[in-house]
Ligand binder design. Sequence first.
Ligand code: KIV
Ligand code: NA
Length: 275
Amino acid sequence: RATALALPDIAARKGKDPLVCLTAYTTPVARLVDPHCDVVLVGDSLGMVLHGLPSTLGVTLEMMILHGKAVRRGVEHALMVVDLPFGSYEESPAQAFRSAARVMTETGCAAVKLEGGVAMAETIRFLVARGIPVMAHIGLTPQAVNAFGGYTVQGRGAAAERILEDARAIAEAGAFSVVIEKIPESLARRITEEIAIPTIGIGASPACDGQILVVDDMLGLFTDFRPKFVKRYAELGEAAQGAVAAYADDVRARRFPAPEHVFADKPKAKAGAGA
Ligand code: KIV
Ligand code: NA
Protein backbone atom coordinates (compact mmCIF):
# COMPACT_ATOMS: atom_id res chain seq x y z
CA ARG A 1 0.00 0.00 0.00
CA ALA A 2 2.99 2.26 -0.53
CA THR A 3 1.68 4.09 -3.59
CA ALA A 4 0.12 7.45 -2.87
CA LEU A 5 -3.44 7.87 -4.09
CA ALA A 6 -4.19 10.81 -6.36
CA LEU A 7 -7.43 12.56 -7.19
CA PRO A 8 -8.22 10.47 -10.32
CA ASP A 9 -7.83 7.26 -8.25
CA ILE A 10 -10.62 8.44 -5.97
CA ALA A 11 -12.90 9.57 -8.80
CA ALA A 12 -12.34 6.24 -10.59
CA ARG A 13 -13.81 4.35 -7.63
CA LYS A 14 -17.33 5.54 -8.44
CA GLY A 15 -19.60 2.51 -8.37
CA LYS A 16 -16.68 0.15 -7.62
CA ASP A 17 -15.27 -1.09 -4.31
CA PRO A 18 -16.19 1.25 -1.46
CA LEU A 19 -13.92 4.15 -0.50
CA VAL A 20 -12.63 3.80 3.04
CA CYS A 21 -12.33 7.17 4.78
CA LEU A 22 -11.56 8.29 8.34
CA THR A 23 -10.66 11.53 10.07
CA ALA A 24 -7.27 12.22 11.69
CA TYR A 25 -6.06 15.31 13.52
CA THR A 26 -2.57 14.28 14.66
CA THR A 27 0.54 12.61 13.24
CA PRO A 28 0.27 9.35 15.24
CA VAL A 29 -3.39 8.83 14.37
CA ALA A 30 -2.69 9.69 10.72
CA ARG A 31 0.04 6.99 10.71
CA LEU A 32 -2.41 4.54 12.25
CA VAL A 33 -5.24 5.05 9.75
CA ASP A 34 -3.27 5.86 6.57
CA PRO A 35 -2.38 2.27 5.52
CA HIS A 36 -6.07 1.28 5.70
CA CYS A 37 -7.71 4.32 4.16
CA ASP A 38 -8.28 5.85 0.73
CA VAL A 39 -9.03 9.30 2.15
CA VAL A 40 -7.82 10.84 5.41
CA LEU A 41 -9.86 13.91 6.37
CA VAL A 42 -8.69 16.58 8.76
CA GLY A 43 -12.24 17.40 9.77
CA ASP A 44 -13.33 20.51 11.61
CA SER A 45 -14.93 18.04 14.03
CA LEU A 46 -11.55 18.51 15.74
CA GLY A 47 -13.08 21.57 17.41
CA MET A 48 -15.41 19.37 19.43
CA VAL A 49 -13.32 16.19 19.58
CA LEU A 50 -9.94 17.74 20.50
CA HIS A 51 -10.62 21.28 21.69
CA GLY A 52 -13.83 20.88 23.70
CA LEU A 53 -15.82 23.40 21.66
CA PRO A 54 -19.64 23.10 21.73
CA SER A 55 -19.87 22.94 17.90
CA THR A 56 -17.60 23.31 14.86
CA LEU A 57 -18.43 27.02 14.56
CA GLY A 58 -15.48 28.21 16.67
CA VAL A 59 -12.85 26.40 14.60
CA THR A 60 -10.36 28.74 12.90
CA LEU A 61 -8.23 28.48 9.77
CA GLU A 62 -5.15 28.49 12.02
CA MET A 63 -6.43 25.42 13.91
CA MET A 64 -7.09 23.57 10.65
CA ILE A 65 -3.62 24.44 9.33
CA LEU A 66 -1.86 23.39 12.54
CA HIS A 67 -3.60 20.00 12.61
CA GLY A 68 -3.26 19.66 8.83
CA LYS A 69 0.52 20.03 9.10
CA ALA A 70 0.60 17.34 11.79
CA VAL A 71 -1.51 14.93 9.74
CA ARG A 72 0.56 15.52 6.60
CA ARG A 73 3.60 14.08 8.43
CA GLY A 74 1.68 10.85 8.99
CA VAL A 75 0.08 10.30 5.57
CA GLU A 76 1.90 8.46 2.78
CA HIS A 77 -0.80 6.50 1.02
CA ALA A 78 -4.25 8.07 1.36
CA LEU A 79 -5.54 11.24 -0.25
CA MET A 80 -5.43 13.97 2.38
CA VAL A 81 -8.35 16.42 2.56
CA VAL A 82 -8.70 19.35 4.98
CA ASP A 83 -11.99 21.01 5.99
CA LEU A 84 -12.41 24.74 5.45
CA PRO A 85 -13.80 26.06 8.75
CA PHE A 86 -16.92 28.15 9.27
CA GLY A 87 -16.43 31.77 8.20
CA SER A 88 -13.38 31.13 6.02
CA TYR A 89 -15.12 30.59 2.66
CA GLU A 90 -18.85 31.51 2.58
CA GLU A 91 -18.47 35.22 1.91
CA SER A 92 -17.21 34.98 -1.67
CA PRO A 93 -15.30 32.77 -4.08
CA ALA A 94 -12.28 35.05 -3.60
CA GLN A 95 -12.37 34.60 0.18
CA ALA A 96 -12.69 30.85 -0.30
CA PHE A 97 -9.71 30.84 -2.67
CA ARG A 98 -7.52 32.75 -0.20
CA SER A 99 -8.41 30.34 2.62
CA ALA A 100 -8.10 27.19 0.51
CA ALA A 101 -4.77 28.30 -0.97
CA ARG A 102 -3.38 28.87 2.53
CA VAL A 103 -4.60 25.45 3.67
CA MET A 104 -3.13 23.71 0.63
CA THR A 105 0.24 25.47 0.59
CA GLU A 106 0.79 25.40 4.36
CA THR A 107 -0.37 21.81 5.01
CA GLY A 108 0.45 20.06 1.72
CA CYS A 109 -3.02 18.48 1.50
CA ALA A 110 -4.44 17.33 -1.85
CA ALA A 111 -7.89 18.90 -1.57
CA VAL A 112 -10.21 20.91 0.66
CA LYS A 113 -13.75 20.17 1.82
CA LEU A 114 -16.48 22.74 2.32
CA GLU A 115 -20.13 22.54 3.37
CA GLY A 116 -23.05 23.55 1.17
CA GLY A 117 -24.84 22.65 -2.05
CA VAL A 118 -26.52 25.05 -4.46
CA ALA A 119 -25.29 28.06 -2.42
CA MET A 120 -21.64 26.96 -2.75
CA ALA A 121 -21.69 25.79 -6.38
CA GLU A 122 -20.25 29.04 -7.73
CA THR A 123 -17.45 28.92 -5.14
CA ILE A 124 -16.65 25.29 -5.96
CA ARG A 125 -16.45 26.15 -9.67
CA PHE A 126 -14.15 29.10 -8.87
CA LEU A 127 -11.76 26.97 -6.77
CA VAL A 128 -11.66 24.01 -9.16
CA ALA A 129 -10.92 26.30 -12.14
CA ARG A 130 -7.94 27.64 -10.16
CA GLY A 131 -6.34 24.34 -9.22
CA ILE A 132 -7.99 23.57 -5.90
CA PRO A 133 -9.80 20.21 -5.82
CA VAL A 134 -12.96 20.36 -3.73
CA MET A 135 -14.84 17.70 -1.79
CA ALA A 136 -18.37 18.91 -1.08
CA HIS A 137 -20.50 18.12 2.00
CA ILE A 138 -24.32 18.12 1.86
CA GLY A 139 -27.27 16.82 3.86
CA LEU A 140 -26.61 17.53 7.53
CA THR A 141 -23.89 20.19 7.39
CA PRO A 142 -22.77 20.72 11.01
CA GLN A 143 -21.59 24.31 10.41
CA ALA A 144 -25.28 25.14 9.81
CA VAL A 145 -26.39 23.66 13.15
CA ASN A 146 -27.98 26.95 14.21
CA ALA A 147 -29.99 27.19 11.00
CA PHE A 148 -31.09 23.54 11.33
CA GLY A 149 -31.84 23.92 15.06
CA GLY A 150 -29.92 20.73 15.87
CA TYR A 151 -28.20 17.70 14.36
CA THR A 152 -31.39 16.21 12.94
CA VAL A 153 -31.79 13.87 9.98
CA GLN A 154 -32.03 15.88 6.75
CA GLY A 155 -33.84 15.23 3.49
CA ARG A 156 -36.89 13.36 4.71
CA GLY A 157 -40.04 13.70 2.65
CA ALA A 158 -40.31 16.80 0.47
CA ALA A 159 -36.89 18.05 1.65
CA ALA A 160 -35.28 15.25 -0.38
CA GLU A 161 -35.64 17.24 -3.60
CA ARG A 162 -33.63 20.15 -2.18
CA ILE A 163 -30.74 17.89 -1.23
CA LEU A 164 -30.88 16.21 -4.62
CA GLU A 165 -30.60 19.71 -6.13
CA ASP A 166 -27.56 20.34 -3.91
CA ALA A 167 -25.96 17.11 -5.13
CA ARG A 168 -26.53 18.00 -8.78
CA ALA A 169 -25.19 21.53 -8.25
CA ILE A 170 -21.93 20.54 -6.56
CA ALA A 171 -21.26 17.74 -9.06
CA GLU A 172 -21.92 20.07 -11.97
CA ALA A 173 -19.62 22.69 -10.38
CA GLY A 174 -16.74 20.20 -10.45
CA ALA A 175 -16.46 18.75 -6.94
CA PHE A 176 -14.48 15.47 -7.15
CA SER A 177 -16.52 13.76 -4.44
CA VAL A 178 -19.14 14.58 -1.84
CA VAL A 179 -19.79 13.70 1.80
CA ILE A 180 -23.49 13.11 2.39
CA GLU A 181 -24.39 13.20 6.06
CA LYS A 182 -27.39 11.90 8.00
CA ILE A 183 -30.00 11.39 5.28
CA PRO A 184 -32.37 8.48 4.58
CA GLU A 185 -31.12 5.52 2.56
CA SER A 186 -33.51 6.08 -0.35
CA LEU A 187 -32.18 9.62 -0.89
CA ALA A 188 -28.55 8.48 -0.57
CA ARG A 189 -29.24 5.87 -3.25
CA ARG A 190 -30.90 8.39 -5.57
CA ILE A 191 -27.97 10.82 -5.22
CA THR A 192 -25.39 8.07 -5.68
CA GLU A 193 -27.14 6.79 -8.79
CA GLU A 194 -27.64 10.22 -10.28
CA ILE A 195 -24.31 12.01 -9.89
CA ALA A 196 -21.07 10.89 -11.53
CA ILE A 197 -18.77 11.53 -8.54
CA PRO A 198 -18.25 9.26 -5.53
CA THR A 199 -20.61 9.80 -2.59
CA ILE A 200 -19.07 9.26 0.83
CA GLY A 201 -21.67 8.55 3.46
CA ILE A 202 -21.81 9.26 7.18
CA GLY A 203 -25.16 8.18 8.50
CA ALA A 204 -26.24 7.78 4.90
CA SER A 205 -26.53 3.99 4.45
CA PRO A 206 -24.45 1.50 2.45
CA ALA A 207 -25.90 2.89 -0.81
CA CYS A 208 -22.97 5.36 -0.97
CA ASP A 209 -19.69 4.86 -2.88
CA GLY A 210 -17.74 5.07 0.37
CA GLN A 211 -18.00 5.61 4.11
CA ILE A 212 -16.44 8.02 6.59
CA LEU A 213 -16.47 8.18 10.38
CA VAL A 214 -14.78 10.38 12.95
CA VAL A 215 -11.96 8.13 14.13
CA ASP A 216 -12.34 9.11 17.81
CA ASP A 217 -16.03 8.09 17.61
CA MET A 218 -15.36 4.63 16.17
CA LEU A 219 -12.53 4.04 18.65
CA GLY A 220 -14.72 4.99 21.61
CA LEU A 221 -12.39 7.87 22.53
CA PHE A 222 -14.93 10.68 22.07
CA THR A 223 -18.10 9.76 23.90
CA ASP A 224 -19.93 13.07 24.49
CA PHE A 225 -22.42 12.07 21.79
CA ARG A 226 -23.39 8.67 20.49
CA PRO A 227 -24.96 9.14 17.06
CA LYS A 228 -26.92 6.15 15.73
CA PHE A 229 -24.67 6.05 12.66
CA VAL A 230 -21.47 5.41 14.63
CA LYS A 231 -20.32 1.84 15.11
CA ARG A 232 -17.89 1.52 18.01
CA TYR A 233 -15.06 -0.74 16.90
CA ALA A 234 -13.20 -0.30 20.20
CA GLU A 235 -13.72 1.19 23.66
CA LEU A 236 -10.39 2.99 23.99
CA GLY A 237 -11.87 5.65 26.27
CA GLU A 238 -12.84 3.00 28.82
CA ALA A 239 -9.47 1.29 28.49
CA ALA A 240 -7.66 4.59 29.03
CA GLN A 241 -9.81 5.42 32.06
CA GLY A 242 -8.89 2.05 33.61
CA ALA A 243 -5.21 2.64 32.92
CA VAL A 244 -5.24 6.13 34.48
CA ALA A 245 -7.09 4.85 37.55
CA ALA A 246 -4.55 2.02 37.96
CA TYR A 247 -1.67 4.51 37.69
CA ALA A 248 -3.24 6.76 40.33
CA ASP A 249 -3.73 3.78 42.67
CA ASP A 250 -0.13 2.63 42.13
CA VAL A 251 1.35 6.07 42.85
CA ARG A 252 -0.77 6.50 46.00
CA ALA A 253 0.22 3.01 47.21
CA ARG A 254 3.89 3.56 46.23
CA ARG A 255 3.74 0.53 43.90
CA PHE A 256 4.95 2.75 41.06
CA PRO A 257 7.75 3.31 40.23
CA ALA A 258 8.86 -0.31 40.80
CA PRO A 259 12.55 -1.35 40.92
CA GLU A 260 12.68 -1.90 37.14
CA HIS A 261 11.79 1.76 36.53
CA VAL A 262 14.53 3.11 38.81
CA PHE A 263 18.07 4.23 37.90
CA ALA A 264 21.00 2.98 39.98
CA ASP A 265 24.18 4.99 40.70
CA LYS A 266 26.10 2.97 38.10
CA PRO A 267 24.75 1.66 34.80
CA LYS A 268 24.07 -2.08 34.84
CA ALA A 269 26.32 -4.19 32.54
CA LYS A 270 23.28 -5.29 30.51
CA ALA A 271 23.04 -4.63 26.76
CA GLY A 272 20.40 -2.11 25.67
CA ALA A 273 19.51 -1.13 29.22
CA GLY A 274 19.24 2.52 28.31
CA ALA A 275 20.62 3.49 31.69
O1 KIV B 1 -15.45 17.28 10.38
C1 KIV B 1 -15.58 16.07 10.08
O2 KIV B 1 -15.04 15.17 10.75
C2 KIV B 1 -16.38 15.74 8.90
C3 KIV B 1 -16.66 14.31 8.60
C4 KIV B 1 -17.44 13.65 9.68
C5 KIV B 1 -17.27 14.12 7.28
O3 KIV B 1 -16.78 16.63 8.20
NA1 NA C 1 -16.44 18.73 8.96
